[in-house]
Design a protein around this ligand. Structure first.
Ligand code: COA
Ligand code: ZN
Length: 315
């Protein structure tokens, strides 16, 4: 089998992508407690919240309070999603370590999600990259609907490459390829990751952001890793989804991603046991059941007592 990097870095996006689509408003104290608990699991990054309009994303209307109250660990980068200059100023005022700018590769999803044309978003994002350079804060750019759009269907990979290269040249500290509604399939992921890695500068490494809408997220993660990608977004418990993309559902489960890569001998830095403790509490937080295969089965080497008739008399 083709192998990828021996160590990967995970950006836990559950507090942002996970909570943004939930109908219940998770109390600020509970959000802070969630981020603090995740901080102890070994993540490279945690996407804490988003500085969006409270009308667009009411679930994250308390972004400032959450950012101000979390207990920050020096070994974790705390990042936030921002769609425009207004959101950027709010994020900078809240002392965010790194910003995650966002726009869609498809025109229709960009208009539905951000109420801007792609040209308007591009102009905002380029101005934001300039502002961030002056402020000395790194900025990643997330490109939504990279592998397909729920309104337009196929998205040309030439458009993904054009936008990714433009933002990398304008100083983005990384580019995230987002499969917003789980339309990606493994060979597509492998091809796009390989071709983009070849044309992006080392200063703008690729991250892959997967959703499990059609059950292909782990297969896609493996394909991205085999193509050399070492940075992954994931949400604990498989929470997640874009409220402005029809049919959107959860991100790749962080715990499944960690379990798969660690089983393969790839270091993730994340401790599975405390993470599973957090995952077990998520249904209480979002007030709905979250069926979870890994939580039910346990890690692959969990052993069970053998039935008595197979053990008695065997020394
Ligand atoms: N933070 C807080 N408020 C903001 C804001 C921001 N970043 N950007 C705009 N607003 C406010 C404006 O001040 C205005 O408030 P008012 O009605 O009290 O005057 C209102 O939101 C509308 O502003 P406008 O510039 O017309 O924005 P819009 O309604 O066209 O929405 C976005 C544009 C980008 C702010 C909005 O679509 C958005 O936040 N989208 C995020 C979607 C998202 O996060 N999706 C999931 C993740 S991919
Ligand atoms: Zn997402």
């Amino acid at each position: 089998m083709k192998t990828g990097p021996g160590r990967i870095a995970i950006n836990e996006v559950g507090p942002r992508d996970g909570l943004q689509i939930e109908p219940v408003f998770v109390a600020t104290d509970d959000k802070v407690a969630l981020v603090d608990a995740l901080s102890g699991c070994g993540f490279a990054r945690i996407e804490v919240t988003s500085f969006t309009s409270a009308r667009a994303i009411p679930a994250l209307a308390d972004a400032e309070a959450v950012m101000q109250r979390i207990r920050r660990r020096p070994d974790v980068v705390y990042t936030c999603l921002v769609p425009n200059l207004r959101g950027m100023e709010r994020a900078l005022d809240s002392g965010t370590d790194e910003l995650n700018l966002v726009m869609s590769v498809s025109e229709t999803h960009n208009r539905a999600n951000l109420r801007m044309t792609r040209d308007q978003s591009t102009t905002q994002l380029l101005a934001m990259l300039e502002r961030a350079r002056a402020a000395g804060v790194p900025c990643n750019v997330s490109l939504s609907t990279t592998f397909g759009c729920p309104f337009e269907g196929e998205v040309p990979s030439s458009e993904v490459a054009r936008l990714a290269q433009m933002f990398a040249q304008a100083g983005a500290s990384g580019i995230t390829l987002c499969d917003t509604t789980g339309m990606a399939y493994p060979t597509q992921v492998a091809d796009l990751c390989a071709s983009l890695s070849a044309c992006l500068p080392a200063s703008a490494p690729l991250t892959i952001h997967l959703h499990n809408t059609r059950g292909m997220a782990l297969a896609n993660a493996l394909a991205a890793w085999q193509a050399g990608v070492s940075r992954f977004d994931a949400a604990a418990g498989g929470l997640g989804g874009c409220p402005y993309a029809p049919g959107a559902s959860g991100n790749v489960n962080t715990e499944e991603l960690v379990h798969m890569f660690e089983s393969m001998g790839v270091e993730t830095g994340v401790s599975l046991v405390p993470l599973l403790d957090i995952v077990a509490k998520l249904p209480g937080l979002v007030e709905r059941p979250l069926p979870n295969q890994l939580l039910a089965a346990g890690p692959r080497l969990r052993s069970h007592p053998a039935p008595g008739r197979y053990t008695s008399g065997l020394d």
